[in-house]
Ligand binder design. Structure first.
Ligand code: AMP
Length: 214
């Protein structure tokens, strides 16, 4: 199946949009951030390894990340389409994804970039809270859960992530600029990169996303 890579800085809305598209179209949502957080919650060896990188806003090393993606992708039927959220994040990971797709009989359709200015990213992440169970994202200023601290969707606990302190947010954005932004150029050169304005109401952004996949 032809898979889709969703690019964008932390806080650009990748998780929200990928999860919506995946449930509407029955695609598989593969979020490396969510996978790492699941390992953290379950206190696996991989979770323990990833923790210090995540806490400091750094990227988990490529080999560890790629092995985790391979493990997940091997369990996806070849006729199911995957939307990658938060992967690849380095040039090495992009190369590894190409290899994985070939090995597993999959193909690449296009990359979509959610474009949001840095000051808006900081504003969003400072107000962001996430359900620790189903990963639904809330904005405590504009879209809080109906009951404080309780997820509307699953009743799980809604908290601000530990990597969303002001200092770590800036660090994560610096890491994005340095290590992930070059991927925009890389996918643009291959052709088929769609840039989407990621500002404004999430429903409006979702409409723009749907148009990009029409
Ligand atoms: P996210 O929720 O996508 O912002 O990811 C949270 C954290 O998980 C990141 O700050 C990294 O520490 C780690 N992480 C997620 N995806 C990757 C990736 N593709 N490569 C390396 N580290 C990652």
């Amino acid at each position: 199946m032809s898979d889709v890579v969703l690019l964008g800085a932390p806080g650009s809305g990748k998780g929200t949009q990928a999860s919506r598209i995946a449930s509407e179209r029955r695609w598989v949502h593969l979020s490396t951030g969510d996978l790492f957080r699941m390992h953290l919650v379950n206190d696996t060896a991989l979770g323990q390894l990833a923790k210090s990188y995540m806490d400091n806003g750094e990227l988990v090393p490529d080999e560890i990340t790629v092995d985790m993606v391979r493990d997940r992708l091997e369990r996806v039927p070849t006729d199911a389409r995957v939307i990658y959220d938060g992967f690849p994040r380095t040039v090495r990971q992009a190369e590894a994804l190409d290899e994985l797709l070939t090995d597993l009989g999959r193909s690449f359709a296009r990359a979509v970039l959610l474009d949001v200015p840095r000051d808006e990213l900081v504003r969003r992440m400072t107000k962001r809270a996430t359900c620790m169970n189903c990963q639904t994202v809330y904005n405590l200023a504009t879209n809080p859960p109906k009951r404080e601290g309780v997820c509307d969707r699953c009743g799980g606990q809604v908290l601000q992530r530990s990597d969303e302190s002001p200092q770590i947010i800036e660090r994560r954005l610096d890491v994005y600029e340095k290590q992930t932004k070059p991927l925009i150029e890389l996918y643009a050169k291959r052709g088929g990169l769609r840039r989407i304005d990621g500002t404004g109401d999430p429903l409006e952004v979702a409409k723009r996303m749907s148009e990009a996949f029409a």
